[in-house]
Write a protein that binds this ligand. Structure first.
Ligand SMILES: Cc1cc2nc3c(=O)[nH]c(=O)nc-3n(C[C@H](O)[C@H](O)[C@H](O)COP(=O)(O)OP(=O)(O)OC[C@H]3O[C@@H](n4cnc5c(N)ncnc54)[C@H](O)[C@@H]3O)c2cc1C
Length: 276
């Protein structure tokens, strides 16, 4: 019997019957939507995933399945690339001061910041007791907004290492070569949320995930929960809990954001000249 026919047959039995009909129709359609969503997350061998958590809106490689191309509007926001240089010096007292480190404000012009540095973290001060040998560990961060228009032409890892050594020489007076060093380019690693990101992007993504994947595809991570490590950990825990909850089908990882009240309303203000 088709669903429509079943609904009509039961609906004839009155109010109680029609309620039952709605429930039956709803659960049938829910099952169909859920099955369809599962097919979209199927492996090449035909195995089905119950639920998948996506941590980058720009696409996802599900083991054994075809890559899922970007479908979320949050995938279109810009993100910053950072050159990260880790330096280790065997001298534990090489720093002139101790502390967490420092950030370089955007207002510092290129002429005073030719390496395009963002800041330096004093890892051996900030996170003590991790290492088996004494020494000083630093992380120099380069690029970000400075490299915005560079595309793929950002400096190489070798250039980053050279610039990081120049930064610590000029700012901290460290002339020694590091005992060990590592430079990596963290491409497009820090999402840059635009104004109204929640309303115009995350809300839309929540609706898309509910309608197309019916709870089977959820999201977590810096593009969705906030860029801080703490935000990402919290988002991960919450989405894992929601995946195990009885109403997991309504959960996408964005439902809290989607239902949250706006903090502030932005409005255009006319300049005094226009008002005259
Ligand atoms: C240089 C730098 C310094 C930072 N400093 C701080 C700080 O001091 N304090 C702070 O709170 N935050 C800091 N942050 C921000 C914070 O570290 C990140 O926002 C956070 O770690 C991101 O976590 P995530 O889980 O979203 O992403 P990730 O940790 O990058 O996890 C994403 C995962 O998805 C996987 N993946 C990617 N593409 C695919 C694909 N197509 N298919 C399948 N899997 C895929 C990746 O392998 C990775 O495991 C810093 C970030 C950077 C880049």
């Amino acid at each position: 019997m088709s669903n429509a026919l079943k609904v009509r047959t039961i609906a004839k039995k009155g109010i109680y019957g029609s309620l039952q009909a709605n429930e039956t129709a709803e659960s049938n359609s829910a099952q169909q939507r859920s099955d369809a969503a599962a097919q979209a997350l199927k492996t090449q061998k035909g195995d089905l995933y119950d639920q998948v958590i996506q941590t980058d809106p720009r696409g996802i490689t599900i083991p054994g399945a075809d890559p899922l191309q970007s479908e979320l509007s949050s995938s279109s926001i810009p993100s910053a690339t950072v050159g990260v240089v880790n330096l280790y010096y065997s001298d534990p007292n090489i720093l002139p001061i101790s502390g967490f480190g420092y950030l370089i404000p955007k207002s510092i012009p290129f002429s005073q910041n030719p390496e395009m540095a963002l800041g330096v973290v004093f890892d051996s001060d900030a996170v003590r007791g991790q290492d088996t040998v004494p020494g000083t560990k630093l992380t120099v961060m380069l690029g970000g907004h400075w490299w915005r228009d560079f595309g793929d032409l950002n400096p190489s890892e070798e250039e980053c290492l050279r610039m990081a050594k120049s930064v610590v020489r000029r700012h901290l007076g460290i002339k020694d070569d590091p005992t060990a060093s590592k430079a990596t380019i963290q491409k497009q690693s820090i999402p840059q949320y635009p104004v109204h990101y929640r309303r115009n992007f995350l809300n839309r993504d929540h609706n898309h995930l509910v309608n197309k994947y019916y709870g089977r595809l959820k999201v977590a991570g810096a593009f969705f929960n906030g860029v801080g490590v703490n935000d990402c950990i919290r988002g991960g825990i919450e989405v894992a809990q929601s995946a195990l909850s009885p109403n997991w089908r309504d959960k996408t990882g964005l439902e809290v954001i989607s239902n949250a009240p706006a903090f502030a309303k932005l409005a255009r203000v006319r300049s005094s000249q226009n008002q005259k």
